[in-house]
Design a protein around this ligand. Structure first.
Ligand SMILES: [Zn+2]
Length: 322
């Protein structure tokens, strides 16, 4: 869970938000993957908290908010992203029916005598009719009612809606700031991940996490001595991970190192598995394998069948390991 304490670029925007009393409509906009949703929820919880000027996390309001059941808070998302979505809920647009369902919520007084808050994230998924219906509510807002709209695509928000909201930009953090934060999260090569994520730190973090998961699957097949190599190649081909060639090279380099001096460099937590696999292979085979992988890097740009590529990578080893 990302909190504001850990994301310095959001605390700057937070100070700007707190400098004014809440409007009826706030439009948070900025690039994808920098934490606008986190900021919006933090603000909503702040306004609903009944115990302190920042979310205390232990008053009834904070507990309800965290459980997703605060009676004065509603969240509009496309049907496909609803928490209780069924296989039939495939819609990727917020519909007019969803906006109309807010009618009763807006008409009655707040259950807790404070704010009533409606979060719409992403607001650019309101379809035309839904945006029109929402416009009516924004034109004549009930007292102490706050709409928070979140978007990474300002141009897709109708100008009529935009003109009724206070606009708060959430900028990209500097590369240094984002890189430091990613490093604190344990990301190796944060600059590389940031570059691939267009500078957005939370997107970079989730790509890194996904990468780590794929790498774990890769190692579980790679080190499975019970499985014939060709079958392992097939499993690896099904992983559908663009980074596999890197993992493959690191793994074979560690097998070579293991063969030479019983140690590994890239996979210290998997030393026993590497020692086991290395003991089944000869050093000349491993060196040939490593050379094949380096050659494979050059083929990567060609539209080859990936499975064929995987199998050919194991080919030099077939006589001794199949
Ligand atoms: Zn609280």
């Amino acid at each position: 869970m990302v909190t504001l304490n850990m994301t310095p670029w959001l605390t700057t925007v937070w100070a700007q938000l707190c400098a004014h009393s809440p409007p009826h409509g706030l439009l948070l906009c900025g690039p994808e993957g920098i934490g606008k949703g986190v900021l919006a929820r933090h603000w909503a919880q702040t306004l609903l908290c009944e115990d302190s000027p920042a979310p205390c996390q232990h008053c009834p309001a904070c507990e309800w908010f965290q459980a997703g059941i605060h009676p004065d808070f509603r969240e509009l998302v496309p049907p496909v992203h609803q928490v209780d979505a069924t296989p039939q809920d495939t819609g990727e647009w917020i519909t007019i029916d969803q906006v109309r369902e807010l009618g009763d919520f807006m008409m009655v007084s707040a259950h807790r005598q404070g704010w009533k808050i409606i979060l719409i994230d992403p607001a650019d998924t309101l379809n035309g009719a839904a945006a029109n219906a929402l416009l009516k509510s924004l034109e004549e807002p009930p007292p102490r009612t706050l709409f928070i709209l979140v978007t990474a695509h300002m141009a897709r928000i109708p100008s009529t809606l935009r003109s009724r909201c206070r606009i708060q930009q959430v900028p990209l953090p500097s590369l240094g700031q984002a890189g430091d934060w990613l490093r604190q999260q344990g990301v190796d090569d944060p600059e590389g991940f940031l570059r691939r994520a267009g500078g957005a730190p939370q997107r970079a973090l989730s790509q890194w996490q996904k990468d780590a998961e794929g790498r774990r699957s890769f190692l579980s097949f790679f080190l499975d001595s019970e499985m014939p190599w060709l079958q392992r190649a097939e499993k690896l081909a099904n992983l559908d991970q663009p980074a596999w060639i890197d993992w493959f090279q690191y793994a074979v380099m560690d097998l070579i190192l293991c063969k030479l001096n019983g140690r590994v460099y890239y996979h210290e937590d998997q030393l026993a598995g590497f020692q086991r696999v290395a003991s089944t292979l000869s050093l000349p085979d491993l060196l040939t394998w490593e050379q094949c992988l380096r050659n494979a890097r050059r083929w990567m740009a060609h539209p080859l069948n990936e499975r064929l590529l995987y199998e050919s990578l194991f080919y030099p080893l077939q006589p001794s390991v199949s």
